[in-house]
Design a protein around this ligand. Sequence first.
Ligand code: PFF
Length: 453
Amino acid sequence: MSSNPTNRESFGSKFGIIAATAGSAVGLGNIWRYPYITGENGGAAFIFIYLAIVLVIGIPVMLSEFTIGRRSQLNVFGAFKKLAPGKPWYLIGVMGVAAAFMILAFYTVVAGWTLEYLYQSAINGFKGKSAAELTSMFNSFTGSSFRPLLWYFIFMGFTAAIVMAGVKGGIEKSTKIMMPLLFALLIVLIVRSLFLPGAEKGLSFLFKPDFSKITTSTFLLALGQAFFSLSIGMGTLITYGSYIPKKDNLATTAVSVVITDTLVAVLAGMAIFPAVFAFGIEPASGEGLAFITIPNIFQQMTGGMFFSVAFFILLALAALTSTISVLEVIVAFFVEELKLKRSFATWIATLSVSVLGVFCVLSTSSLAGFKIAGLTIFGLMEFTTANILLPLGGLLIVIFIAWFYGRQNTLNELTNDGTIKARYIPVFMFVIKFIAPLAIAFIFLKGIGIIKI
Ligand code: PFF
């Protein structure tokens, strides 16, 4: 049973809605993953494909999630129970809560690393270290157990404290401070990076279109990145959508969030690559980029300690505004479906995620040899969520809105019950009926190897 939604909390202002929602979207995915895969996969050619996917699939899925959340005024599980009583659509909610557990478990591990690196920056711990020394510093840190576990729990603690303080007093209030700060730090870093001699080589790595690098797997990469980066496909935006007041325009909110998310990703590339190339460093991938290449730049740069602190604060803030949104999915579910008090629900959610989280932390140390289907537990959580649960969730969500919930109900929600216009509705319905599901299904089946072309 779902609880009575009348005394539910909601976001208090337009800026608060954007700060919280864009805060969920902007995260580790934007700052180290997007720039790197863009550089390696055809630069501007990849950005073009990414933008097309965001436009044709990302925005429609996001708008569908907002519609489900705001209409139902409930958590991801309760939402489907309410909008489709007696039907199995609530399984999307079950999948969403499961994905939230998995994402939070592995994502907080990397978020915890950002705190270690913030600490190292503050004590000038990279100074005078060669690339090889920085690599072994990273390997010995992630190969140990105590410090990564400690930072994991500290990061989880921050996340839990914000969520416990509530939707308005915790999530909205904190993201209204963190998001502008994040932008300010990003601008400082971009300016520093662009003024380095040789910066233009980094810009051309990032932006020069190379269509020869585009293959069918580029589309899968772009799709996975779009889902993960926009926080769609698992009900985070159903949950946040349920806190958007009835008078706000869902379509403009979705477009603003998508623009912010994409902008931060591109700006992060402009902060990182000019500096990488200016110092003649080979661009590394993933964690290596943030935790080896970047410290290597900072320790050579004038004022490096200051910029290094700024960079790791940026990374930690980006991660925190995302982890709170994932924890909120689980907490809202516990509060509304299991009738727990918010504080108790937050404790239970945090502790239970942390059981899985500890296994993820130890995936780079004592459990590195423990593999399932060739992947460590960390890798398994990442793969299952990004490549399976999110695309599948997104597919089912658009099918639900297009084919089950229907045009009239959707129109009512998107026009705030007839008070604003939604001229885009024919295009939106066409896209979610045919184009988005076919595109997601195709890319998804190709990705898991069922379609081979
Ligand atoms: N969007 C976040 C990022 O790009 O880092 C990650 C994320 C947050 C994924 C919330 C899913 C989610 F529900």
